[in-house]
Design a protein. Structure first.
Length: 510
């Protein structure tokens, strides 16, 4: 339902849409019933909405009601419509005022008198004035409430409730297998979970499943989910990331649990408005009346040797700058299972970053940890004990940091390696505890150096751990450039174990 008052602040509708009629632009959509009406006329508006609802309830498809209305005053207190609307235009809008029109119609049909209308007006004025007085007298929000409802006040994914033991079963398998099995288990446990995105279904035309194996995503992470749970719960979305996230937000607000996929992190940006202004803000701006707990899975990162600028980038720090979003970033199969289950059972929106280079590596395989295994958010994992230098890392840099630590040991430097595992929240306590022991800190990540998340950790260390540091904090990160197609250039742009080793030795010898 579009209430079209003809303006976007001061810009008229003919500049906003082709031909000035949004309903004409979409009139060719198959199955879409388009109804135009005078939105200032009560009877005509009622009939239009009745017809639209009947069309939808008859399962014929969606309906769009395009109501032409008036804007009875300027857009805002800072706007003066007399600067761009002529006196004649403003007079015509005043003539079409729906309250005035309805009053005249009711008088003409003998339903009210002038005295009745005056009484209604006085009653409305009193109600509005009383409400305004009550609002003015109301206490302002306490300063202590500034952080209320950024996240769920009831479900804390960093709490002990999400610290459940593993019950390993089967042989070690890949991260892809762990993620896939976790989703299968969670979809069996919770029938409100739906999964959709680009190419995630086994086959959109379900009749084809009798003859084909099924796709299940470009990395086959979702393979078999549609076969197991049907096309109503696992389905393909249009090639439109804003559509995927916007639809998921609407579902989550209504009690469905969407676990959606953005095919590549590089293509998440068309959905940025939905992610930042809708998903992350829903709980806070509604004072906890609404929320949209959902999971956004996306393949991130490079080291693909030919992934090129549109399939290799990182950028987790940008979403760490969005209050209300939790961010998980596993480096191995077991962590992927535990963190994903926490993300799904969490009551907040979670961005779940899956490094595509790690999907099928052998070094990060693990036994499936069971159908109830969860890892609390904000709890880093110690991957290697050490006494001389602390390396904080995540994602694909975990293995590269471990290789660098092994080389450093040959040169007499003992390295403590921490896998952060979640970016928001992050485990500052474990970082601080390690730095107090080693007095030296290296932060290694794949994202670009400038404004990468390592910059935040470095600033925090300089502020909170200055008295314990015996050397400057060293960061290892990608160059401030897109990840190139040429493998030789990719090796130069992205950090490797040799870069981490150099940083470790430089810090140790400072």
């Amino acid at each position: 339902m579009i209430e079209d008052n003809g303006y976007a602040i001061s810009v008229p509708v003919e500049v906003q849409v082709p031909g000035g009629e949004i309903s004409d632009v979409v009139s060719g959509f198959p199955g879409l019933k388009v109804i135009k009406c005078d939105g200032t006329d009560v009877a005509e508006s009622y009939k239009a909405m009745t017809d639209a609802v009947a069309y939808c309830r008859a399962r014929k498809g969606p309906a769009l009601v395009h109501a032409k209305v008036v804007r009875p005053y300027s857009h805002s207190l800072s706007d003066d419509e007399k600067l761009y609307k002529t006196p004649a235009e403003r007079a015509e809008e005043a003539r079409r005022d729906p309250i005035t029109k309805l009053a005249e119609r009711m008088k003409a049909e003998g339903l009210v008198t002038d005295a009745d209308l005056a009484a209604i007006l006085a009653d409305v004025d009193k109600e509005v004035n009383d409400a305004a007085d009550e609002a003015v007298k109301s206490a302002k929000p306490a300063r202590s409430t500034a952080m209320d409802f950024v996240y769920s006040p009831d479900v804390d994914p960093s709490s002990a409730a999400f610290d459940t033991p593993a019950a390993p079963e089967g042989k070690p398998d890949t991260m892809v297998a762990a993620i896939n099995r976790t989703m299968k288990d969670e979809m069996a446990r919770n029938h409100r979970i739906v999964m959709f995105g680009e190419d995630v279904a086994d086959a959109t035309r379900e009749i084809n499943l009798k003859e084909v194996q099924g796709k299940g995503g470009v990395f086959k992470v979702t393979h078999g989910l549609q076969k197991a749970y049907g096309g109503d719960r696992v389905f393909n979305a249009p090639l439109a990331e804003a559509n995927i996230i916007g639809r998921a937000v609407g579902m989550a607000v209504r009690g469905i649990k969407p676990v959606v996929e953005i095919q590549f992190f590089d293509y998440i940006w068309p959905a940025m408005m939905q992610l930042r202004d809708e998903m992350s803000m829903m709980r806070y701006r509604s004072n906890n009346d609404f929320s949209c707990p959902m999971v956004v899975r996306t393949a991130i990162g490079g080291y693909l040797r030919g992934g090129a600028p549109y399939h290799s980038q990182s950028g987790e720090s940008i979403f760490a700058h969005c209050p209300g979003i939790r961010i998980a970033y596993p480096s191995n199969a077991q962590d992927a299972a535990g963190l994903l289950r926490t993300a799904i059972r969490c009551d907040d929106p979670v961005l779940f970053l899956e490094h595509k280079h790690l999907y099928r590596q052998t070094y990060n395989k693990g036994e499936y940890p069971g159908s109830n295994y969860m890892i609390p958010f904000g709890k880093a994992a110690t991957k290697r004990e050490g006494t001389d230098v602390t390396v904080v890392t995540w994602g694909a840099l975990v293995q590269r940091s471990l290789l660098a630590a092994q080389q450093a040991e040959k040169e007499g430097v003992s390295v403590h390696v921490l896998d952060l595992r979640t970016i928001m929240p992050f485990d500052w306590e474990s970082i601080a505890e390690s730095v107090r022991k080693t007095s030296r800190l290296v932060i290694a990540h794949e994202d670009q150096l400038t404004c990468g998340f390592g910059a935040e950790l470095s600033a925090r260390a300089a502020s909170d751990l200055f008295e314990y540091l015996d050397a400057p904090v060293k960061r290892v990160a990608a160059l401030d450039a897109p990840v190139a197609y040429c493998p030789d250039l990719e090796e130069v742009i992205l950090p490797g174990s040799a870069n981490v080793l150099d940083a470790i030795l430089e810090t140790a010898r400072y």
